[in-house]
Ligand binder design. Structure first.
Ligand code: ATP
Length: 450
């Protein structure tokens, strides 16, 4: 764990203060596990998702994309195993009846729950005398299914039950045959999807890290079973490149080769990529070799062939799959953790976000030195319009004195502030102030907007 990591409260407070992330339904007292993105959070999140898209989809010629419906036929979740097995162990404080995840209670008490069955977890609770956060005894655990159930259509019966998707992956698998029929790509190839996922987490916590509604970026990469290792290694390397583009330092990123007893039974290999979050080292994303588990299940339940035929041969088989699965919120939290800095400027504490330029919600801010001088304002508006035309995400900022503006822009990670002063009117140069070094340089307007 990096000693210099900010505290989670610092990040939550900055996100709220500066319009990145608010508690969902806050005005009504909130809705646990939901978060709303404010004006700057939307931009940062979109920049992260676009970077992923460029890196994994646009820059490659073996990727296709889908955008599947969130509501799917209930058979999808029966075939995938989610109806029966997408469960977490739930225990209860026997006094105040607050509910918790048993594995989290163990972890919080320094006991590693990985690989334990529910019975083993209960035994560990008893053996180590684990109590609820309020100091009361915990009940025995029971399985709690995390899917949000809903009813589709006006008649509520068994057939109309559906679920808000708990992962985007199944929308890819169910479209595998469609994509093959339309494009007939050569193996290996991938199908990517970004979109919302919903899990009724027993105890959402740690800001956006564990939410009930969140966003995923997933790829199902279809391979010949003999070639899985090569594609797995290639995707793992590509993941690390992407994490570097996010600005994450390699020393804060860790690979956890998940041991066999802790992997899903169908997975032959899983590597969790963990990151040193302010809450500790936790899963940022997963890379799993899922064999032909999903497509074979679809084939079994739908009775439609999911086989792929190698062009020009008679070789037919159900492709195997490598799945890189990213959570947008966790990527965003890692980016905020990594970029959050505090230093001292002129004897005052300063907070800034050292975001890579292409992730920053605002590329530049433009200000007239004094907002009550019409000639400065007019010139500044001209420069602002030209820069906005060039970059798009440029902010007009004439609120408060110049020191306050710098502080505000530093906190939202704007790489450069452009200030129009009286010299500008004489020589068409402006002050450009750098976020990280706070150094100021004179730059010709022509050069800036060129
Ligand atoms: P965890 O063990 O932390 O609950 P998981 O192993 O259940 O996560 P996966 O099912 O592998 O997670 O989901 C893939 C990715 O989706 C995770 O690596 C994470 O980035 C993201 N994710 C999963 N659950 C949540 C959640 N409740 N809130 C935010 N992101 C999530």
């Amino acid at each position: 764990m990096n000693e210099e990591n900010p505290k989670i409260e610092d990040i939550v407070s900055l996100c709220k203060r500066r319009g990145f992330i608010y508690q969902g339904s806050e005005v009504y007292g909130g809705l646990s596990g939901t978060w709303d993105y404010g004006p700057l959070g939307v931009l940062l999140k979109r920049n992260i998702m676009n970077l992923w898209w460029q890196h994994f989809v646009e820059a490659r010629d073996d990727m296709y994309a889908v955008d599947a419906a969130i509501l799917m036929n209930q058979k999808v979740w029966q075939a995938s195993g989610h109806v029966d097995t997408f469960v977490d162990p739930l225990c209860e404080d026997t006094v105040n009846h607050r509910r918790y995840r048993t594995d989290h209670m163990l972890k919080d008490n320094g006991i590693n729950p990985e690989g334990m069955t529910m019975e083993q977890m209960d035994a560990a609770v008893v053996e180590h005398g684990v109590k609820s956060p309020d100091g009361n005894p915990l009940s025995q655990s029971r399985s709690f299914n995390m899917m949000f159930e809903t009813v589709v259509g006006p008649v509520a019966d068994d057939k109309s039950i559906s679920y808000l998707r708990p992962e985007t992956a199944q929308g890819i698998f169910t479209n595998f045959k469609n994509v093959v029929d339309s494009f007939y790509p050569n193996l290996p190839f991938g199908i990517a999807q970004q979109g919302k996922a919903f899990r009724n987490e027993i105890a959402p916590r740690d800001f956006i890290f564990r939410s009930r509604e969140f966003e995923q970026m997933e790829i199902e990469y279809f391979v010949h079973p003999d070639d899985w290792q090569q594609s797995f290694d290639e995707l793992l390397a590509s993941i690390h490149q992407f994490l570097e583009k996010l600005g994450l330092s390699p020393e804060n990123v860790h690979e956890l080769d998940v041991p066999e007893e802790e992997r899903a039974h169908y997975s032959k290999k899983t590597i969790d990529i963990e990151y040193d979050f302010p809450i500790g080292r936790e899963e940022l994303l997963g890379l799993a070799y899922r064999t032909d588990f999903d497509l074979s299940n679809i084939q079994r339940v739908s009775k439609k062939s999911m086989e792929y035929q190698i062009k020009g041969t008679n070789e037919r088989f159900v492709p195997h799959v490598i799945e890189p699965s990213f959570g947008v919120e966790r990527a965003l939290m890692a980016v905020l953790t990594e970029s959050y800095r505090e230093d001292e400027q002129n004897g005052e504490k300063r907070i800034y976000l050292a975001l890579p330029e292409y992730l920053a919600p605002m590329r530049m801010a433009v200000s007239p030195l004094l907002k009550n001088k019409p000639e400065l304002v007019e010139k500044a508006r001209e420069v602002y319009s030209a820069l906005k035309k060039k970059h798009g995400n440029v902010m007009w900022d004439d609120n408060g004195n110049i020191g306050k503006r710098y502080r505000r822009q530093d906190e939202i990670g704007t790489p450069e502030c452009v200030v129009i002063d009286f010299d500008t009117l004489e020589d068409d140069t402006v002050t450009v102030r750098d976020r990280d070094t706070t150094e100021q340089r004179r730059v010709a307007i022509k050069e800036l907007i060129g």
